[in-house]
Design a protein around this ligand. Structure first.
Ligand SMILES: [Zn+2]
Length: 78
């Protein structure tokens, strides 16, 4: 188990206030290596980037989205 900074837990209530981001879990091969709080989105929200509880989680989610968009882009694009 990774160490969780007690200050972080306090700031975000507890990890129980969130749930694992389904999007990141599916598309991020390094998802299990993330800090536990970086895996969580707010419980009552859709699993999108802004629902992430941490800045790092938000950034990683956005990067996954951008990578997917880039991989779908037509090769003819300049
Ligand atoms: Zn996510």
């Amino acid at each position: 188990m990774e160490h969780i900074d007690p200050a972080l837990i306090h700031r975000f209530d507890t990890p129980r206030s969130g749930r694992l981001c389904e999007f990141c879990r599916e598309f991020d091969a390094k998802f299990p290596e993330r800090h536990p709080l970086d895996q969580l989105v707010a419980r009552n929200r859709k699993p999108n980037a802004s629902a992430h509880l941490t800045e790092d989680g938000y950034v990683r989610h956005r990067m996954l989205e951008l990578r997917r968009i880039a991989s779908r882009a037509p090769l003819t694009a300049a």
